[in-house]
Design a binder for this molecule. Sequence first.
Ligand code: NAD
Length: 475
Amino acid sequence: MDYDAELKLFVDGAWRAGEGRDAQPVIDPARGAAIAEVPLASAADLEQALVAADAGFRAWRATDVEARAAILHKAAALLRERTERIATLLTLEQGKPLVEARGEVAGAAQLFDYYAEEAKRAYGRVLVRPTGTRSIVIRQPAGPVASFTPWNFPVYLMAKKLAAALAAGCSVIAKPPEETPGSTSALMRAVIDAGVPGNVAQLVFGVPDTVSRTLIASPVIRKLSFTGSVPVGRHLMKLAADGLKLVTMELGGHAPVMVFADCDLERTLDMVVPQKFRNAGQVCVSPTRFHVERSIYDRFVAGFAARTAALSVGSGLDPATRMGPLANRRRPDAIEALVGDAVARGARVAHGGARFGQGFFFQPTVLADVPLDADVMSTEPFGPVALIRPFDSEEEAVAEANRLPYGLAAFAFTENGRRANRLGDMIEAGMIGINSFAISVVDAPFGGVKDSGFGREGGPEGLESYMVTKAIHQA
Ligand code: NAD
């Protein structure tokens, strides 16, 4: 695989690299070693991308919706055809097990198919008026979009923004993370090979602060969509405020999981353990704070630790691996500090607790009796750490679930339907899974409340977020 040679920017219809541009190493997280270099956009690249995005938008918005839909379906088909190659690149540069990488590519393809169809349903409405007059409400594409996506699901999260924005009729300048340039370039190649014009979908890598400042300051860009951390989200919103840009912010969480004594305990444990360690816990909706009713607490901790001990951890390229390395050096450093702090404050290590190997590996870790004042009970760990605490009443569990400023996902396990309804009403989160982790699905809105951000991706809401509403009154 000619990995290095394929790492390029895609600006105004041309793949670009070298020619004096700065470059940055790409690291294989399983070995901690550099495997390639990614070129970084120059000021001229960004300027040209903006001019192209402006022209691209004018042509794409005027393209018949059936034609746009056909191109998006073709992109989905190409992604499916190229699954093995894209998934291998993703595992190589991000670390996740191949089986998860294949699932991520499948999810990206599904997004393109879904939004190809949803584009046809950007309906307006007619308001009833006296004879001969009417008011019409229509929705139109918002304009050129700047999209910033992170390294945990580089393909899926970029596809989520790209598919919805292109379906709506917007042009997009995508900046995926510099850590995972191969898989995201492969996604962009599929989109371009499917027939999206080269000034409608563009790809840049660069110094994140320079790229975001330049794109957001440009009058060409009308919409900013960001997935990442709360501090960066705050910073980008301030930049967007100057130009009054539309904004979608998906900023991570610290998901509570309430486990009631009336749940099916063995089935619950079989579900929660693989979910906790999926993508080595680097998931914004990862189940993190396990609040367990006291009467089943000891059985829950023992069952959690036993299932965790059975996980096979190693290189994501090994088909037996169920958890790979963390994606970059920052993660094991952060997890080590958070686990050390929790243990110093009295948490009990039921499994794991240490880093290992040459790459960025950290053992899948189960901490029990974690005190509320441990940093990790308030700071998103974004790693393979489960935090378990007992509770005595539903009110206590709900209060604890709502304690943090985050409000992205929350989960509850109970066979009591009335309780499930109450929890659905009371929990402050954008998504709630009851006896289920299936909350990231193409046809439902995904997003947070409170510090987890605002705006929704997925479902009709995802299309709507790239559109503006216009009322036309005709007398
Ligand atoms: P970070 O806060 O530096 O970066 C978060 C993301 O924002 C990265 O993708 C990065 O490339 C991007 N970014 C950083 N500065 C930017 C700028 N000025 N303009 C545009 N983009 C910028 O931290 P990190 O070490 O990459 O990740 C750490 C934390 O971020 C995690 O602990 C987690 O809380 C959060 N995170 C959340 C998600 C999510 O899905 N919501 C994904 C990745 C990371």
